[in-house]
Design a binder for this molecule. Structure first.
Ligand SMILES: NC(=O)c1ccc[n+]([C@@H]2O[C@H](COP(=O)([O-])OP(=O)(O)OC[C@H]3O[C@@H](n4cnc5c(N)ncnc54)[C@H](OP(=O)(O)O)[C@@H]3O)[C@@H](O)[C@H]2O)c1
Length: 341
């Protein structure tokens, strides 16, 4: 198989480190690899497949030899350097929120809408972590029963805030003074993620609403969301109240969910079997359970899903996008070779 050159921007961060881990686990055909971080990390090294790589600072021309550039260095870096990488010839997969709602960029969960990339530019957006796990659990239900309304309530782990969030939680657990979150995250849930708008919604809540519509190709779908930070290191939980156009049963929902790629149904609550963060952490599945009729509406379900926010919610989703694109490219090469000869 052909090798491809990779760049990882934000390689020393929580998501960046996980990119490298997942790229190794998925055995991507990596040729040259360049790692980028901020000036403060210049000179440090990181390991990939047993080999040391220096952490570099971004410069014009640094993507000229790159096939795939994975970005996770925050919005301002993606805004400035994403288009540079694209112009220099790389296919960019960006983890920040900068390009997600841009009409010219595809917003992709590979199990659902990888083909959206074909009609868009070579700067692909990775959705918000809570959105990825939610839409993956919703897509088979949308296909089978057509959704008419969603209400999300999230229980989001501190690693969703990057290294600063994890450090704050770890410090608070040891009784040290905290500063990143507005309250002691070791002792309370905090119903504030990202900035608030005048209508009372937070930016995280708006992201979930808008990104769900874009990925499911349902621009007018009625959606609401409440996002809450909880004292859990890794793996977000999302409770979903979902209403449907067609009649739905719990058994029917379980069946279509169990058959969908990337989903594992854990749903035997009397035997304590349901999704929990400690099961999801370190894995790339979206775990779904507590599926039951919503008795307060005519045709609705209540569903709980949990996934590792740093893996499926960020790094693994991006690597899966690249893996699929490489597989498609390899198939095309094989097809052309067969045709020619
Ligand atoms: N954590 C999650 O669950 C999650 C999920 C989905 C999306 N995301 C998104 O992914 C991005 C990174 O998140 P994270 O959680 O990995 O954050 P993080 O742990 O704080 O890491 C940030 C990374 O960006 C690098 N960086 C900062 N300024 C830079 C610059 N000017 N040039 C190059 N690199 C620079 C940092 O390098 P230094 O080490 O040198 O400072 C570090 O490698 C954010 O946009 C975030 O919204 C995160």
């Amino acid at each position: 198989m052909q090798k491809y050159n990779f760049a990882v921007v934000g390689a020393s961060g929580l998501v960046g480190r996980t990119f490298l881990k997942v790229m190794e686990e998925y055995d991507l055909p990596v040729g040259k690899l360049r790692l980028f971080a901020s000036e403060k990390s210049e000179g440090k090294t990181m390991t990939f497949k047993g080999q040391e790589y220096p952490l570099e600072v971004l410069k014009k021309g640094c993507f000229l030899d790159t096939d795939y550039a994975l970005f996770s260095a925050g919005g301002s870096v993606s805004k400035e350097w994403g288009p540079v990488a694209e112009q220099e010839g790389a296919l960019v997969v960006d983890n920040s929120s900068t390009w997600r709602m841009d009409e010219s960029c595809a917003l992709v969960v590979p199990e659902i809408n990888i083909d959206d990339i074909k009609s868009k530019r070579r700067l692909v957006a990775n959705p918000n972590c809570s959105t990825i796990q939610s839409v993956l659990a919703l897509k088979p239900l949308e296909d089978a029963f057509k959704i008419t309304r969603i209400n999300y309530s999230t229980y989001q782990a501190v690693s969703g805030s990057g290294k600063k969030g994890l450090n704050d939680w770890e410090g608070a657990e040891k009784g040290q003074p905290t500063g990143f979150y507005p309250y002691d995250i070791s002792r309370t849930c905090i119903p504030e993620i990202d900035v608030f708008f005048d209508d009372g919604y937070s930016k995280e809540e708006k992201k979930m609403i808008e990104e769900t519509r874009k990925i499911l190709h349902r621009p007018d779908l009625r959606i609401s969301a409440t996002c809450i930070r909880v004292p859990v290191p890794v793996a977000h939980g999302v409770m979903m109240e979902v209403e449907f156009e067609k009649p739905v049963t719990v058994e029917g929902a379980r069946r279509v969910l169990a058959a969908y790629p990337g989903i594992k149904v854990l749903d035997d609550p009397k035997n304590h079997i349901y999704p929990v963060s400690t099961i999801a952490a370190g894995n790339d599945y979206v775990y779904v359970g507590r599926i039951r009729k919503d008795t307060s509406v005519d045709n609705g379900l209540l569903i709980y899903c949990v996934a590792d926010n740093v893996r499926k919610g960020a790094a693994a989703n991006a690597v899966q996008i690249v893996k699929k694109l490489i597989e498609e490219h390899e198939e095309l090469i094989a097809y052309n070779e067969k045709k020619e000869g």
